[in-house]
Design a protein around this ligand. Structure first.
Ligand code: ATP
Ligand code: MG
Length: 570
């Protein structure tokens, strides 16, 4: 390809609204342009990389035994009503009415395809003889993200590979899951990404039923908790704190807590400033409504509540923060002064509450806190739970070594679904005795466009992108220094033809521009190999060849130019 004949609108300046490197570099190197918030066009260079990533994904899916198909993005809302996901997705689900004659139809744009594929399978699959089966597609997904941001890392329209497995037994599901997990490792490796498979929320099947694939990156929106000693890694929702349950009995002859005035100080920050005490000596009392019942959750002041863990500890499905009226009715005080002593509702406590010897807590009275609160004495503590996010201060739940917390970008997710969708949509199989069972499902997603952004986010330097060869839009950038010089162009064209003939993807920068200008663009778009033809070198019969990561170029005789590149690519 010749630069003059394609469309690569590079930018010198860093666009002011682009916060993270991948967003800046993808705009500057002419890979993408924004149409509106959350929606991007992929320009020729960007689209080539998207297609290369998609090809790698296809090859590995096919190798793992999955079969490609294609489903509509436009979907009847009734399917989402049947699975309850119309409500679960809420505003994230794009929905719209459309008139067809005198009928009014209601549609959704697929945020993912569990409903569509399970509905299809429910109609077409009858018996165990047709199973197991793993189907996949690469297709556009629509999610009305509350905050689309960071370029194509989080968009409202993005390309996803989504696979779904259908099986008759957990053993079959586990085999497919393992094959998908391994395929994911190969895919991300081939894309040149560093990645960490982490344990994630496991849903109905429990156990080791879900993994996210995270690319460590300072701007990643997810938190990964991982052990510095062993292979343990989990996302923050899932990570155990490695703490033990405690039972505290009452201390005899303990003095009563002391009520102190804390006017207008309704947050831990306010009160700790006022009382000059550390947040770790506070009991944070959060009032939730759990399956309709007001329930308090006690967490140490410097810790963060984890709603998934709270839901599991309480054995409830619905959990939301109580509104002000509910808080006032169970505490008898305005919001901000709840505490465990004299609280008018059930409560659960985090393990670390038991370790606070003398705590500060809300007094369940306006503008008042209690100091000297002894857990187990001033309020009952017969059992504690893991209810909070793990921190770097916690021990590894597997080996006791230190944990660390790193930011990550979620590029893929594998999940053992069980029978949630097959039961909702009546997808069953008949065993040899003609007995009916719900099909056991798994789902497996990769954000293809997010993978491209994650590569740029993690593979770049001050000058621009550093593409891993397997996903680079082109492999070689050929730069004739003076395009008006006949000998230079004749040589460049000859090498271009040789490389193309050898199956190498070459982009020739044939623009009539200064060398410095072209070199800057070459670093910016970051192709793996740069070859410069012309000037004094050419007079001596040599061209300069340099990998994007080399600081110095190799001087190669013109006749050796193409073979030299092929050698570098081996
Ligand atoms: P996130 O937590 O980042 O919102 P998710 O867990 O909702 O993602 P999944 O439903 O697991 O996403 O979708 C599978 C994959 O699709 C994700 O692992 C991610 O790579 C990609 N993906 C999800 N949402 C987006 C988005 N808004 N923009 C780009 N890629 C996305
Ligand atoms: Mg996910």
């Amino acid at each position: 390809m010749r630069w003059s004949q394609t469309f690569i609108p590079t930018l010198k300046e860093v666009p002011s609204d682009a916060e993270v490197p991948s967003h800046q570099l993808m705009l500057r190197s002419g890979l993408i342009r924004q149409l509106m918030a959350g929606a991007y066009s992929y320009l020729p260079l960007g689209w080539r990389t998207v297609r290369k990533v998609a090809r790698i994904v296809r090859e590995e899916m096919d190798r793992a035994g999955a079969i490609e198909m294609f489903m509509p993005a436009i979907q009847p809302i009734e399917l989402f009503e049947k699975t309850g996901r119309k409500d679960a997705f809420g505003d994230v689900l794009f929905q719209f009415d459309a008139k067809r004659g005198d009928r009014s139809l209601h549609f959704a744009l697929g945020p993912t395809h569990e409903e569509v594929i399970t509905d299809l399978v429910s109609r077409e699959i009858r018996t165990y003889k047709q199973l197991p089966l793993t189907l996949y597609q690469i297709q556009t997904k629509f999610r009305n993200e509350e905050r689309p941001r960071f370029g194509v890392l989080r968009t409202s329209e993005f390309l996803m590979k989504d696979a779904y497995s259908f099986s008759t037994s957990l053993e079959e599901l586990n085999d497919i899951y393992d094959a998908m997990y391994k395929a994911y490792c190969r895919i991300f490796e081939r894309c040149g990404l560093e990645y960490i498979p982490v344990e994630a929320e496991s849903g109905p099947i429990g156990g080791d039923a879900s993994h996210e694939f995270m690319v460590p990156a300072p701007n990643g929106e997810d938190f990964v908790v991982r052990c510095t000693g062993c292979a343990y890694a989990a996302n923050q929702e899932r990570a155990d704190t490695g703490r033990m349950s405690s039972v505290l009995s009452a201390v005899d002859s303990a003095v009563d807590p002391v009520a102190v005035d804390t006017p207008g100080a309704g947050t831990i920050d306010d009160v700790s400033r006022l009382l000059k005490s550390d947040a770790a000596s506070f009991i944070k009392t959060l009032i939730y409504v759990a399956d309709g019942r007001p329930t308090a959750v006690l967490i140490r002041g410097d810790h963060e509540a984890n709603e998934g863990k709270i839901r599991r500890a309480l054995g409830v499905t619905e959990l939301e923060m109580a509104d002000d009226a509910t808080v006032e009715s169970v505490t008898g005080a305005p919001v901000g002064f709840a505490g465990p002593v004299g609280l008018n509702c059930d409560f659960v406590a985090d393990h670390d509450i038991a370790a606070i010897e003398s705590a500060i807590a809300g007094a369940n009275a306006n503008d008042t806190h209690l100091t000297g609160v002894i857990p187990g004495t001033h309020f009952e503590l017969s059992e504690t739970h893991d209810l909070r996010n793990a921190t770097a201060d916690d021990p590894c739940p597997r080996c006791d070594a230190k944990l660390e917390i790193v930011h990550g970008i979620e590029v893929g997710h594998v999940f053992k679904l069980g029978t949630k969708y097959s039961e909702a949509l009546d997808a069953n199989w008949l065993d040899p005795q003609e007995k009916k069972h719900p099909i056991i499902m798994g789902c497996y997603g990769i954000g293809v466009t997010r993978v491209v952004a994650a590569i740029v986010e993690t593979c770049h330097d001050e000058g621009g992108i550093i593409w891993p060869t397997a996903v680079a839009p082109y492999t070689v950038e050929l730069i004739p220094l003076n395009v008006t010089d006949e000998i230079t162009m004749a040589t460049a064209n000859r090498i271009y033809d040789q490389l193309i003939g050898a199956g190498v993807e070459v982009l020739m920068d044939d623009r009539d521009q200064r060398p410095g200008f072209k070199f800057k663009d070459a670093d910016l778009i970051g192709l793996p190999i740069r070859m410069v033809v012309g000037g004094k070198g050419l007079k001596d019969g040599i061209v300069e060849v340099k990998r994007r990561t080399d600081s110095d170029a190799a001087r190669v005789p013109v006749a050796e130019a193409a073979p030299h590149v092929l050698k570098l690519l081996k």
